[in-house]
Write a protein that binds this ligand. Sequence first.
Ligand SMILES: [Zn+2]
Ligand SMILES: [Zn+2]
Length: 614
Amino acid sequence: MASAHGAFHTKIHHSKLNRKCLIIEENTLKKYKGFETSDHNELIISKKAAISAPDEVVLNGQDDSQIIEIFAKKMVVLETYIDTICGSKEHLPSLPIRLMEEGLKIEKIVDGGDQANRIDVVFMGDGYTADEQDQFFDDIRRLTDDMFNGDTFRSYLPLFNIWAVFVESSVSGIGYDGPNDTPFRLYREAGQLRAIYTANSQYARQVCQLMGPGGCDYPSLIANDDYYGGLGGEFVISTKSNRTGTVVLRHEMGHSFINVGDEYDNGPTYYGVNSAASLAGVENTWGHWLSGESVREERVIYRLLEYPWANLSLSEQSFSFSSDGQYSRWYLLLSVSAAGEEDSLEFILDGEILPWQSRGSDDREFYDWYRDEGLAAGNHTFSVRSKTPSTNVNIPRMICSVQLHEFGNEDEFHIGNDYISAYPVWDERRRVTYRPTNAGCLMRNMTNIQFCSVCKEGMWHQFLRRISLIDGISVSKVPNADSTKRVVLKTLKLGQLRESGNEVDNERLEVRWSHSGLEQTEFNDRFEIDAKIGYWSVSVQLITDEVRNDPNQLLQDIEHFTVLTFANRIKHENVEITCSKLFVINTQLVFSIISSTVSYLVILVQFELEIEKQ
Ligand SMILES: [Zn+2]
Ligand SMILES: [Zn+2]
């Protein structure tokens, strides 16, 4: 079992090439459940690319930087590690006060509680002028609503703080070919609805740190722009688009919140709880979620997997592929941009025009076709052509992605999104790994608003590694008439404590109180008790359908406390005073005798002792 422990935590931006480190954040966590051993030198290190993009996006320039988060029980262990990976290091400079006062406004959109024990997402707007300030806060409220009151992250809402930071821009909108004069200098390349980069990441780091210690867990930049686009990595970047702003946001946040790779085909790497290299791996990773009796590979084959990003105004696009005629159904999924006009495009499979109705938006839109019949053995052709000149001057009319799969019959391939099994995924080199569902996860199907059960479970684990179900315990100073004392337990607002509108079926917090190691069942599930004198502990366990397996007991937190009489409280404090006096005297002695290097070590030890006590 993982035991809760204080932790020193540091977040650094690290360049592999020149070993330069920028220390973005340093803090101490009162409680961290991610340690896996009892080794006091244990380090937990998590790394992610500073800029990450789906395979469809070709990144401009090479960036080998990583964001490395380090958790250690001892400061000296953490510092030693940093010295081994950093050739040089510097600390993130804080923002000059002057800049903070100039057109910068912070609002807490969701106030979940103390940021030391919450996941903090910070949305920073780019390309909003002073006149657009109200619109910015409305946009962030809408995006937050879509994600947290909508289905995607609804059950995790009580774990979050959501911040919105308005920074006045002199121009409205972001750059369409290189950055404009906006605070975070967000821009697209060649107007395409793909990646959006920031040319001012240092400023974004500094602004985010204004939320205070532990207040900038997940920084996000939101472009004042109506179309699809973004990136993941150090900053989740997306737009305010009504149609696709949250599509990008929830998918890229997903990568950060669960540390998983994609579930769609044609990617470079697959990793995390939603990926397995073999059927045995499926059994080990999500065997407890399988819908069938045992692991079985779902029968599916890809025929076409491409990201053409081709301009249809310039030429028609055709794709050839072949089938062996051995499958029972086919499914075609593609995405296009600047195709909001009716009859603007035509899709032809083997000479047959496929029925298509534009949704009326020029944003990147996904369209699909499904047939309950297999393709004939032999060669096939799929083509797309533009029938009218595009009227959108900002973005090109493009076919962005196209994929065609053939499925076995329903016994061989379960098409429903709730079915959990072993579904093959092909990477860019056509090697197979497995994912849990057909299209039941937004890590595969960007337009889905749900994660699969396997990802949801992974998210609970990742969040509850660094935040505790227990916010605190307070013991009344004044005793009751019977000499008991009122004890109040403050927890996250989960289960029976969820606020109205945020309820989740079958979820509850199980609370158990023990006095001198003996469970006091009369206090089961109580958040306030009158406790007699002595040594107490309280355990809080989250019971939820979304977690079936919790080997490291991350869904449980235990706190110990003491209820003292007035007399023995004084006594207790006296003992403490005596101890600390002795410690001071000892420290002074040591200081006077030994060299300054050694005293530095003493300070370190002292500091560590304090952390371990917490
Ligand atoms: Zn992705
Ligand atoms: Zn998933």
